[in-house]
Ligand binder design. Structure first.
Ligand code: MN
Length: 233
């Protein structure tokens, strides 16, 4: 049986549930069954979804309310949605409690970090010295900066590479990680581009958008590994 993988979504105009098609397409291409999860804040629902699904994909999107990591809002804060924050926190916790696999992408990486006790750089362009295009204008499938991957990491094992080119659509990034996680990839300017949970569970977070690059063997490898992990756990 193919693994069933929940994908988080967002609310638009307080009326529609929405998410880029590339997430579900990538899960399906990698052999999984994508299941879009409605943004409903309900802990019992989150627990039941975590019981029934085999893995969780925390998707990209707007900024997390910085109240969750005890900071005041930066002026560039964008697209904050408390419903989305709360429902993704509930799901992330429920999947962590069951040690079921999590792949966290962009905002998803930030959600996983904050839910485990980490903090964020609220605005990379104004808070980090960098010339890199972390908010690129090129198309989503185009790589615009390099990342260096820790050779000892799960990510290096999955990709069989220690340096790859990635796309970049984020104005926020990891500041402090919780003790349970380790940064495993960096951009040349020091921005954290991936981290991994160090316990007995697959929970891997990437700051780039592999779902937009599945023409690229590295992105496909990452989705295949995640779906395989969901199938056998
Ligand atoms: Mn980047």
């Amino acid at each position: 049986m193919s693994a069933m993988i929940g994908i988080t979504t967002f609310i638009e105009l307080d009326e529609f549930t929405k998410i880029r098609r590339a997430y579900a397409n990538s899960v399906a291409t990698a052999g999984g069954i994508p299941v879009l999860l409605s943004p409903i804040v309900n802990e019992t629902l989150a627990e039941e979804l975590a019981d029934r699904l085999d893995g969780l994909l925390l998707s990209g999107g707007g900024d997390i309310n910085p109240i969750h990591y005890h900071e005041e809002p930066h002026p560039t804060l964008d697209l904050v949605c408390d419903t989305r924050d709360q429902y993704e926190f509930q799901l992330a916790k429920a999947f962590m409690n069951r040690r079921k696999p999590i792949l966290a992408i962009c905002r998803g990486a930030q959600v996983l970090n904050v839910v485990l006790g980490g903090t964020l750089i609220q605005d990379v362009p104004s808070q980090v010295t960098t010339d890199l295009p972390h908010s690129q204008e090129a198309d989503r499938h185009v790589a615009t900066h390099k990342i260096q991957i820790d050779p000892q990491s799960k990510l290096a094992e999955i990709l069989d590479e220690c340096q790859i080119d990635v796309n970049s659509f984020h104005h926020q990034s990891v500041k402090d990680l919780p003790g349970t996680c380790q940064a495993t990839a960096y951009a040349p300017d020091g921005v954290v581009e991936a981290f991994e949970y160090q316990g007995d569970q697959f929970a891997l977070a990437v700051q780039w958008h592999p779902e937009a690059m599945t023409h690229d063997e590295h992105s496909l490898k990452l989705f295949r590994y995640f779906v395989d992990k969901c199938s056998c756990s």
